[in-house]
Design a binder for this molecule. Structure first.
Ligand code: OAD
Length: 240
């Protein structure tokens, strides 16, 4: 099975990849739905919402500043590096869609990258919409103020109950609709609309590979579902 998947991936001219928090687990960043994902006893769903921010912006910013420090100390792992190499092999036919906001795919070298849920390394002005990178994690004291208008800024991420950028979502859907091989790695595949991308690809005729130590709602649909970590699973199907 793995050799068939490796041959499909080697031959594919169009490859679409979806990643979730599991890809960064081996960089030491906790996943959302695991026990280690809690922060001071709060679930992410209690913090990553517009209502939580309206109620207590300092608390939400403290959580993001903590995660920003964690991400800044982390390094891309072998899974990130293999995905950067896959992009170099496939060129224009490659698209990487990530739900992760940690910026590790970009740091690993991926450029044909769609960060569907935004980035923890940037802030967005609450008044004028201007975006700017956060200062280095050592210097950062939340909340950041807009360099254009002086207003308080919010994290430049998508919260529960908010819409994704429609252009980014359309590009992601196009990549998965036209992919010959779709890889879904390290996501619990429960948060929409990202969770549907694997299904869209499969319905459009792609060969679907899932890599996850646990089964997910996508598992029954996959042509190959590897119960492996991201780095080991990718190495197993990587074109030689
Ligand atoms: P989750 O925390 O829901 O799921 C992480 C997945 O990674 C699980 O299915 C684990 O089994 C798997 N996993 C754990 N360790 C792994 C490893 N070493 N290699 C591969 N897989 C591993 O994270 P996401 O699916 O990314 O949204 O969550 C989706 C969205 O929900 C996030 O983007 C975030 C969150 O709330 C927003 O913030 C909008």
């Amino acid at each position: 099975m793995e050799s068939a998947a490796r041959a499909k991936l080697a031959a594919a001219d169009r490859v679409a990849v979806l990643t979730g928090a599991g890809v960064s687990a081996e960089s030491g960043i906790p996943t959302f739905r695991g026990a280690g994902g809690l922060w001071e006893g709060f679930r992410p769903e209690e913090l990553a919402t517009p209502a939580a921010y309206a109620r207590d912006p300092e608390k939400v910013w403290r959580w993001y500043a903590w995660r920003y420090r964690q991400v800044s100390r982390a390094e891309p792992n072998q899974a990130h590096l293999l995905l950067a190499e896959l992009e170099r092999m496939k060129g224009d036919g490659f698209t990487l869609v990530t739900q992760n906001v940690d910026g590790l795919h970009r740091r690993a070298g991926n450029r044909r990258l769609i960060e569907l849920h935004g980035s923890i390394t940037r802030a967005r002005c609450e008044r004028c919409g201007h975006r700017q990178p956060l200062p280095s994690a050592d210097e950062f004291e939340p909340p950041p103020l807009c360099e254009n208008c002086g207003e308080r800024m919010r994290p430049d991420v998508v919260w529960f109950g908010e819409f994704l950028d429609p252009d980014l979502l359309a590009r992601a859907e196009r990549a998965f609709t036209t992919a010959a091989v779709a890889l879904v790695i390290g996501t619990s595949a429960v948060v929409e609309p990202a969770a549907s991308l694997g299904r869209i690809a499969k319905a459009a005729g792609a060969y679907l590979i899932e890599i996850n130590p646990e089964a997910t709602p996508l598992t029954p649909l996959a042509d190959l579902s590897l119960r492996e970590t991201a780095a080991r699973g990718l190495a197993a199907v990587f074109p030689k």
